[in-house]
Structure formats: C-alpha cells, structure tokens
Design a protein around this ligand. Structure first.
Ligand code: GLV
Length: 326
C-alpha cells in the first residue's frame, strides 16, 4: 500500500522528522522562511496530512485546496490561533497541538523576561557595550523588587500556573484573572480577581491567554491607564493580545515602567518599530519554548498526532474532539 501524502511546512527536530519520513510520502518545505499562503495552497493539493507551524495560516481555503483526502492537521505548537479550527471541525478534520511539554520552558522564559525587564538587564548590557556606564552609583539603573510584589497572571492555565509556582519561590503575592481557570494546583496560593482589579493591584503582569475574540487587544490604552506607573508587563502569549501602539505610548510616557515581549505583531518585528527605540522595552524573537528538550518533545507530539490522524486513529492531543462525536 502506498504511503499517505503529507506536506510538512518546515523541518521538525529529530527523531520526529525521521518518524514522519518513514511513514509518509513527504513534501518538505526546505527553507527557513515559512511558505507563503499561496505556496501552501499549491503544495497541499491532494495531501492526506498537513504538519504545520504557528507561522502558517491554515484556513478553510487551505483545507479545501487539499481536498477530501485531508485527514489531519497537526500544528507543532500549543496555540492554534493560526488554524481555523471551526472550519476543520466542519470538515471532520482533527487538529492536533502540543500541550504540556512546553509549559516549564515557557514559564522559565517568562520569568527570565520579568526579571530582565524589571532589573533592566538588556538596557544595562547596552550601556556597557556603548561605553555609557561611567561608574557604580547608588541610584544607577534602579529597578523593581520581586519579594512582596504582586504578580498578576492573565490566564491561569498550565503555563500561568507554572509561572505562579516560580513566583511563589520569589515571595510574590499571586493574583489571576481567567474566565475559566482550571483548578489551581495544590501548593500555589493564588487569588482570582477580576481583570480591572488585576490591572490596578499588580506590580507585574504576565499574559498567558490564548488569542481569541475576547483577548485580541486586551492590553489597550484603557488597560495601561489602570496599571501602576511602576509596573512591568510581559507577553509570552500571542502578539495581538497587546495593542502595540498603546504600549508604545504607555512606555514612552512612563505610564508603566517596562515591558518585555516574546511575541509581537508582526513577527519578525520590523527593525524600524517604534518599540525598538525604547530603553524600557525588551523584544525577543518568539523563543519562550525554545529549549532543546522542549522543541524535541513538541516535534515528537506533532509527528505522533500526524501519524495517528493518517491511520484514522484518535490524535493523542486533539483540540477539536467534536470531530469524533459525529
Ligand atoms: C508557541 O508559541 C506555541 O504556541 O507553541
């Protein structure tokens, strides 16, 4: 029997890539730059499976271009906002993602960003490189304290809770807002508050929400106006959750103290973005889950979802379980 046809929009890490190559007839996009939507539309024609990354827009047009033989979309990411999940569900196509394995790496990196922004690590390093550092000084490069400070988590799912566990070790008070929080894990002392209270009371705000109609532009001018002038914002969720022009104004006018963004609109952020002119803003290239083991595990989960879907089996991690109820 011939192997199922799949389009893989970027090489995944070994040994997962080998698993896919062994069980499928693979069309592998070879570049580091993702295929455009037009290219995806062409390359998916007649495939049985699609293994994609968060950089690929997989909409109804892509599913229709693939045709009725498409049995699975496997997204190598936990977030699936790049995939039109309702369109997949309507076509009976299961969509896979990679939850859990990136929780710790993302929470670690969130903490790295919180500390870097609060304690001006990147700004300080720039001073050293540029010769701007003239002398040790009592009031030089002062930043925010962690012990006793309030951390506000917007979204209290797996990653939000993992950040909370780290924050507890730093002696922080933890509050969170989430329309639908999973039960807090034992040992994490965290209080649920409404979003407005979180904005007003937090010294640090970290975003851990999926991107959807409710969260798009959630951090806007009105939200920044409610935050403390000493507060720090970190975003490791999705770029569109933050209104970047409002964030620029809030940082430039010192309405808030600092921000660190792992995710932006667009990605890559153009080098002439106004945000990059600010000393109190750190921008890094969407790398919160980029640790060796994590990316290997994500690759393996994506390969397992793909292969299960091609065999007509339930995906080990499926975001639209409704497809199995039909
Ligand atoms: C990364 O941003 C992911 O959603 O996996």
């Amino acid at each position: 029997m011939s192997k199922p046809k799949v389009f893989v929009t970027r090489r995944i890490l070994e040994p997962a890539m080998k698993m896919v190559l062994e069980s499928c007839q693979v069309d592998l996009w070879p570049d580091e730059i993702p295929p455009s939507h037009e290219i995806i539309l062409k390359r998916v024609r007649g495939v049985n499976g699609l293994l994609c990354l968060l950089t690929d827009r997989v909409d109804a047009a892509v599913m229709d271009a693939a045709g009725p033989g498409l049995k699975v979309v496997s997204n190598c990411a936990v977030g699936v906002d790049n995939v039109d999940v309702p369109a997949a569900t309507a076509r009976g196509i299961p969509v896979g993602n990679t939850p859990g394995v990136l929780t710790d790496a993302t929470a670690d990196f969130t903490f790295a960003l919180l500390m870097a922004a609060a304690r001006r690590v990147v700004e300080g390093e720039r001073q050293v490189r540029s010769g701007g550092w003239k002398s040790w000084g009592l009031d030089y490069m002062l930043g925010a304290d962690f012990a006793g400070a309030t951390l506000g988590l917007v979204g209290f799912g797996r990653i939000g809770r993992a950040v909370a566990r780290r924050a507890a070790g730093f002696g922080m008070r933890i509050i969170f807002s989430d329309p639908n929080p999973a039960a807090p894990e034992p040992g994490v002392d965290a209080a649920q508050v409404d979003f407005d209270t979180l904005l007003r009371e937090s010294d640090f705000i970290s975003l851990h929400t999926p991107l959807n109609d409710e969260t798009r532009g959630l951090m806007n001018a009105a939200a920044f106006a409610k935050m403390k002038p000493t507060s720090v914002l970190v975003n490791t969720s999705r770029g569109p959750v933050v209104d970047q022009s409002a964030l620029y104004d809030a940082l430039h006018s010192k309405r808030i103290f600092a921000a660190a963004l792992d995710v932006t609109v667009p990605e890559p952020l153009p080098t002439d973005s106004p945000l990059l002119t600010l000393d109190n803003c750190i921008v890094v290239p969407h790398i919160a889950s980029a640790s060796w083991q994590t990316r290997q595990k994500m690759s393996r989960m994506a390969a397992e979802n793909l292969i299960a879907g091609l065999k007509g089996e339930h995906l080990p991690n499926c975001v639209n379980l409704e497809v199995y109820k039909k």
